[in-house]
Design a protein around this ligand. Structure first.
Ligand SMILES: *Cc1c(COP(=O)(O)O)cnc(C)c1O
Length: 385
């Protein structure tokens, strides 16, 4: 084992806090530590002013209004508030929630919990590229459908779903549409004002901000979207998410989003080029490699590859110089093969012999070159035996 730090290629799992984000947060840990709800002194006023400034900037970046921004602890909570909140606010059962088999566990589990409370869930399959068509969604909408939830970008295979079209078709049918945009926000062009998305979730730690803070954007509609809060408490965030606001984290989220949006087009181009170099090199040396997810409709920084005839565990062991995820991505602790790869029709062994490369802001050409060389060596060591 070398003592050098491995090359970080797991930016879909989390990202480092950008130094510019950390700088913006520091005063709110130190002198401006007030509770944004303290209305009797200047510590509280300053914290509140900073939070409201951050809220306005976040709203402006999304094309929303400040009143539509609800701060949460992250995308897991935002997804739960959207799904359990909408279904939990309905006084009659059963209503239906429609989602995809490839969604993040926080979406699938939130739907499952509601199905145990009398509602119904429909999990739609995706095509061989990991995509769903708006027509396939439309075909299952019915009178009792309350909500459709489809992630803008998949965290494992990086595919970009046609969320604007799906949102339009939901709107026409009077069904609410939620999108988990944890992977998409700041990475691909996505604003809420040029789409009919009703509810949008994201998280700061996927966009070079701190862990433990996220947003649920709830559009103002007539009739208004009714959400049942997940907790009872002191009425913060219009009662939708009570609890003392995480002021430094909120400031960090706003700064992180500003930076990602400013640099989005340029960074997307840079990462797409690096991803293509990585893919081309591996494919040239290992022609049997299989790409998971649509080849072009995908996140700039995501490449997901399966290696037939290779033992996944041994592959990962041989790649000690890379910090990378394998085909059990989100549930690596359980060792179960990824539900996303199985949904694409990969078998268990192939799902395990899969690598998810997550390129990001710190990734340089040398990193990609070394990653390609290491992967080629590790795979060849196994298949030439
Ligand atoms: C990371 C991620 C989440 C969970 O976000 P947390 O802020 O870690 O709770 C949900 N959905 C997707 C698509 C993600 O990538």
């Amino acid at each position: 084992m070398s003592s050098r730090r491995p090359i970080y290629l797991d930016h879909q799992a989390t990202t480092p806090v950008d130094p510019r984000v950390l700088e913006a947060m520091l005063p709110y840990f130190r002198e401006d530590f007030g509770n944004a709800s303290s209305s009797t002194h200047s510590f509280g006023w300053r914290a509140e002013a900073a939070v409201e400034d951050a809220r306005e900037r976040i709203a402006a970046q999304l094309g929303a209004s400040p009143a539509e921004i609800v701060f949460t602890s992250g995308a897991t909570e935002s997804n739960n508030l959207a799904i359990q909140g909408v279904l939990g606010a309905l006084s009659t059962v059963p209503h239906t929630v429609v989602t995809l088999v490839t969604e993040h566990p926080s979406v699938l589990e939130a739907c499952r919990v509601q199905s145990t409370l009398g509602h119904r869930e429909i999990r739609l399959p995706v095509d061989a590229d990991g995509l769903i068509s708006p027509e396939a969604i439309e075909a299952v909408l019915e009178e009792q459908t309350a909500l459709v939830s489809v992630a803008a970008a998949n965290s494992e295979i990086g595919v970009l779903q046609p969320v604007a079209e799906i949102a339009r078709c939901c709107r026409e049918r009077g069904v609410l549409f939620h999108s988990d945009a944890a992977q998409a926000i700041g990475k691909v062009p996505l604003r809420i004002d040029d789409s009919e998305i009703d509810l949008l979730s994201f998280s700061a730690h996927k966009i070079y901000g701190p862990k433990g803070i996220g947003v649920l954007c709830v559009r103002e509609r007539r009739p208004s979207i009714k959400l049942r809060p997940l907790y009872a408490g002191g009425g913060q965030e219009r009662g939708l998410r009570p609890g003392t606001l995480a002021v430094p984290l909120i400031i960090g989220l706003a700064r992180a989003l500003d930076l990602c949006m400013e640099e989005q087009a340029q960074e997307a181009k840079r990462l797409t080029e690096l991803r293509e170099i990585l893919h081309d090199r591996i494919e040239a040396a290992i022609p049997s490699v299989i790409q998971n997810g649509h080849p072009t409709r995908r996140l700039p920084g995501n490449l997901n590859l399966s290696f037939a005839g290779v033992n996944g565990e041994r592959l990962l062991l041989a790649l000690g110089d890379l910090a990378i995820s394998n085909g059990s991505a989100c549930s690596s602790s359980t060792g179960e093969p990824s539900h996303v790869l199985l949904a694409l029709g990969r078998d268990e062994a192939l799902a395990r012999a899969t690598l998810r490369f997550g390129l990001g802001r710190g990734t340089r050409l040398e990193d990609v070159e070394q990653a390609a060389a290491s992967v080629i060596q590790a795979v060849k060591d196994q298949i030439s035996r």
